[in-house]
Design a protein around this ligand. Structure first.
Ligand code: AKB
Length: 316
């Protein structure tokens, strides 16, 4: 089987859409197949299949049709949206993962990727420089699905030899697509408002630190993890991954340096409690040691790339 027939499940989201472009660029001779519950980019010429990740027979058909050998399973309901419909979020996130893991074993998938998140930690996890191995007691449905999902990934690796790899993403910041339903989304909305000359009301309080990362770093980390030799992958649940950590106030100050008239205020809502249960910063030294992870985008680079990118035609 050609190791480079790749399926992205959840290809139309914030991460999937940019991962597609990165995979096509990195592996020009690979076949990269996109799948999601809707086609968000009908103008793009590419292999696209409608797929509900919990539909096992449909997934079987796609894997067979394209002789898929690698899967990136990104489809998930994020933290804030998950709290509005907990059983539905659990079903999509958990049953979706199990359906894909089963299909991966059945079709002898060469390598699989599934993202975990800082949401897998919880209120009793130490919040500063949260280590790789630590108490994890998430209290959101999204976080619970990530924590248990990590254990399922390790289980499929140990029991069936499935080479499934995972990263605990921080909040991912990007300008090409809008995220949907996360607690870290404020750090994207703020740029749209700032550029439109509007005041931004943040749904988190000013002093809420959260780990964040520019999307190019997140995509590069994902591809580097997937390319790392098997013997270098020592963590089979999911790797801590970090770049930046800031509060809404600090981000606002950084934006003000570029847009001096920018104004923001704060009206914390139910998402504050979610953010308060997550780490403020992450110790990702194991990823750095095991497979050479190193982030590139700091605060200044992040602010500039977001403002320039949005100005180039992506402003909502
Ligand atoms: C969310 O806010 O739900 C996500 C995440 C941190 O996993 N961005």
């Amino acid at each position: 089987m050609n190791p480079m027939n790749i399926l992205i499940i959840g290809s139309e989201g914030q991460l999937g859409s940019e991962l597609y472009d990165a995979l096509v660029l990195k592996y020009p001779s690979a076949k990269v197949v996109c799948s999601d519950i809707r086609n968000a980019f009908p103008e793009k010429e590419r292999n696209f299949e409608i797929l509900d990740a919990t539909d096992a027979p449909a997934l079987d058909r796609i894997i067979e049709k394209y002789q898929i050998s690698q899967i990136y399973h990104l489809a998930a309901i994020l933290s804030a949206r998950g709290e509005q419909n907990p059983l539905w979020a659990w079903d999509i996130n958990m049953r979706g993962l199990l359906v894909v893991l089963e299909a991966a074993v059945k079709h002898k998938i060469h390598r699989m990727y599934w993202p975990s998140s800082i949401a897998a930690f919880g209120p009793n996890t130490p919040r500063v420089q949260t280590p790789q191995q630590v108490v994890m007691d998430p209290n959101t449905v999204y976080g619970m699905s990530k924590q248990v999902g990590e254990l399922w990934c390790r289980y499929y690796f140990e029991k069936y030899g499935l080479d499934v790899r995972s990263l605990r993403y921080p909040g991912i910041i990007s300008y090409k697509t809008l995220p949907g339903g996360g607690t870290t989304d404020y750090a994207i909305d703020i740029f749209h408002k700032a550029l439109k000359g509007e005041k931004f009301t943040c749904f988190l309080g000013p002093e809420t630190p959260l780990p964040m990362m520019y999307i190019d770093d997140a995509i590069r980390a994902t591809l580097e993890l997937m390319e790392a030799p098997t013997e270098q992958i020592k963590e089979r649940t999911s790797y801590n991954l970090a770049a930046l950590s800031f509060t809404p106030e600090q981000l606002g100050e950084a934006i003000k340096k570029a847009i001096p008239g920018f104004e923001m205020d704060y009206a914390p809502d139910f998402r504050q409690k979610i953010a308060d249960s997550w780490p403020g910063s992450i110790d990702d030294s194991e990823a750095r040691k095991d497979w050479g992870w190193n982030h590139q985008f700091g605060m200044d680079e992040l602010v500039h790339v977001m403002l320039d990118g949005l100005k180039s035609g992506y402003l909502s």
